[in-house]
Write a protein that binds this ligand. Structure first.
Ligand code: SAH
Length: 326
């Protein structure tokens, strides 16, 4: 018998250690090079707004195969060579397998968590990182909340511990099920505390609702298809929607300024997704040009990735609103 968050942590550690996740799913940086380029330019503009501190840490949490950062660094080198010279690359990654892939493309220092980053100004990027962190689930059973556990591929329920993570009070009106991602909240608080010590900003892009808690959003992808999250742990990627309201509140309480979230489509379009895509497309043969434009649409259109995905920024207190989050 295992509490859901412990089951999910174990399953995902095994999954990322043994699988190429990109055979099962794709992510925005793998869809279009313009995604990483725009995030790199966002970091460069924000760095200047922070007073161009040097040196500065450029940090990515959960860099996958390093595509986003490789695209970002190429764009930064071209348009902001002073930022390129000032930045020190640090990657937060627990999977040895993905670290090895990242090392083929990026010259960086690796960390398991935020805690070991040097004390310095920082710019942090995280795309589809928080959705991979383990959640707890609580279900309302008329009399009170029960917490969900897993054994042999089946759900079990027990009363939650009295103090700590347990749910208090009546169920929220929208859902009979409540999710809490404690490591995501801890990440937001640790990041916010750093932003109160040094100038900095973070851009978090992920999928989830803007205002409410997600409800039951646990999902598994195995061999590219939706699957039962409880069976055969380690063979599927387990994710849950990100609770942006809770992340923003935790970061705000810990002293950061919170900007957004705004839908990914709005964010990328404001920062020139289609202009940059058109410029790239003009230099390509027609089939490649069409593929580039189609990729940009996939990232931005509301009924595709444009609305479900959101961009949230955290900055040091007193910093102006970063580009794209107005
Ligand atoms: N950002 C990438 C990858 C998303 S997959 C992209 O957009 O393609 C999630 C990433 O987070 C993987 O690199 C995974 O190994 C990493 N990860 C998952 N849980 C983690 C944890 N607890 N600590 C650090 N990295 C983690």
């Amino acid at each position: 018998m295992e509490r859901l968050d412990r089951f999910m942590a174990r399953a995902n550690t095994a999954y990322y250690a043994t699988h190429d996740p990109y055979r099962d799913f794709t992510t925005s940086p793998e869809i279009s090079q313009v995604f990483g380029e725009i995030l790199g330019l966002w970091a460069a503009v924000t760095w200047r707004e922070l007073g161009a501190p040097s040196p500065v840490l450029l940090v990515e949490a959960g860099p996958g195969r390093g595509t986003l950062m490789a695209d970002a660094l190429r764009a930064i080198a071209r348009v902001a060579p002073d930022f390129h010279a000032a930045l020190r690359l640090h990657l937060i990654e627990t999977s040895p397998r993905l670290r090895a892939l990242q090392a083929e493309r990026l010259d960086a220092t690796w960390h398991d968590t935020l805690d070991t980053l040097p004390d310095a100004p920082l710019l942090l990027l995280a795309n589809e990182f928080l959705d991979a962190l383990p959640i707890r689930q609580f279900v309302w059973r008329g009399e009170g909340w029960m917490e969900r556990y897993v054994a042999n591929g089946h759900w079990h329920e027990f009363p939650p511990p009295r103090c700590g993570g347990g749910r208090e009070g009546a169920p929220p009106s929208a859902h009979q099920l409540h999710e809490v991602c404690e490591p995501a909240l801890a990440f937001a608080r640790t990041l916010a505390a750093r932003l109160t010590q040094h100038p900095g900003a973070a851009l978090i892009i992920d999928y989830g609702p803007e205002h409410s808690a997600p409800g039951d959003s646990l999902q598994a992808i195995r061999d590219g298809k939706p699957a039962d999250p409880l069976s055969d742990p380690g063979s599927a990627d387990l994710t849950a929607h990100v609770d942006f309201a809770a992340i923003g509140a935790a970061a705000g309480e810990a002293g950061a300024r919170v900007h957004g979230p705004v839908p990914q489509g709005v964010f990328l379009t404001r920062l020139g997704l289609f202009q940059r895509t058109d410029r790239l497309a003009q230099a390509q043969p027609p089939a490649k040009a069409l593929a580039l434009i189609e990729a940009a649409r996939r990232l931005a259109e509301p009924d595709r990735m444009g609305r479900l995905f959101k961009a949230l920024a955290l900055t040091s207190p007193g910093c102006p609103t970063p580009p794209g989050l107005e």
